[in-house]
Write a protein that binds this ligand. Sequence first.
Ligand SMILES: [Zn+2]
Length: 460
Amino acid sequence: MTTLFAPTALLPDGWADNVLIEIDRDGWIVGVDGFKAAPPDEKDVETVVGALVPGMPNVHSHAFQRAMAGLTERAGGKKDNFWSWRETMYRFLLDLTPEDMEAIAAQTYVEMLKAGYTTVGEFHYIHHSRQGRPYEDRALMSRQVIKAALETGIAITHLPVLYAYSGFGAEPPAEAQKRFVNTVPEIMKIVEALTADYTSVPQVTLGFAHHSLRAVSPEMLREGTRAARALLPLAPIHIHAAEQAGEVEGCLAWSEKRPVEWLLENGNVDEHWSFIHCTHLVERELEGLASSGVVVGLCPTTEANLGDGVFPLVPFFDAGGSFAIGSDSHVSISMTEELRWLEYVQRLVLRERTVIKEADNPSVGAVLFERALAGGARALGRRTGKIEIGHRADFLVLDRDLPCMTGKLRDHILDTAIFAASENPVKDVMAGGRWVVRNRHHKREEHILARYRETMAKFK
Ligand SMILES: [Zn+2]
């Protein structure tokens, strides 16, 4: 049992002073007692120095893409967009071995923890060898990613991705996609093997993903969902949707429907589903999406980096829609930057300030933070994102000694952390009841970085 005393903490009802939190040996919160007069005079109570808030879920990650960050910012001969970026990504993964996958994922997850993410949704589609053949253990690549998560301490919702085609109308996969391709029974072998091995590991949750409507046929979408649901009735199901204007055009030509519209009508979706991006929406889709219970996974720095477009967050939010954040391609790994960009792009489009707010909470930072926690926990099927009994002890300590934090109380702490801190305001991180980052240092970061550097030497 661990007992923490937090002078100030963000509880589900708002900020509280002098909070005593009890955590059991498995990392679950078993007691929360606010407004204590003073820290109890017991030597096994640890006092937190800073503001204690829940750790943030990162709902959309392709961990290996962190190794490409910074390599795709050079202008090519033709107009550069998502599709030309994808060519570079496909070339990069030609050489990626299972050992490389683990080394890169571990480095990515250390950076995530230090940035304030305590849970990751890994949207995992590289299943096969470089020759495009399944490994003897079909789930090998998934296991490498999960091993990296276990080493770093980050909780993982692993989402093995069903991928079969290169375009709408069941177009055969391209050569560069040979490492991704499975039938439904084949992908279910991976999900079944992982479920058997990790069901009793509290740090790991299993889910399922369809890559996109481009990459699965309607029959596969139905069959895959049915098979995943038979094994994991309440597990998260994710899909990329409407990230690119070209994808919307392709979907219209194929079905006379837009991707989100098609999914809402035919996907049998519910509150356990997450649609990633949804950048290109029309009004009728937006309302349907907001009332469907689906969580929209927004990845503002990647969407900006790829020139995708702007998700209409303000009308979606006003219609009651749920959202979460992800760092996707990991061109940046910064929780505060993702949240800041969510608000800033809307301000730029609308030419207004303070646009994401609630009637009873005018603090943009607090509303963004709390909504992303709630949406993220739901999207990843994890009891996290709240300092409340029955939830994982996933916490961040925000550094109140930063100059910009001077004199900041309660919601101003989050407004400052998100909008004004140009250095990382996350000082300590607890994941599953264990301190994994202390004073901005991850306990295994030197070892993990050395292995990452060795791995990256061959990609020069
Ligand atoms: Zn993605």
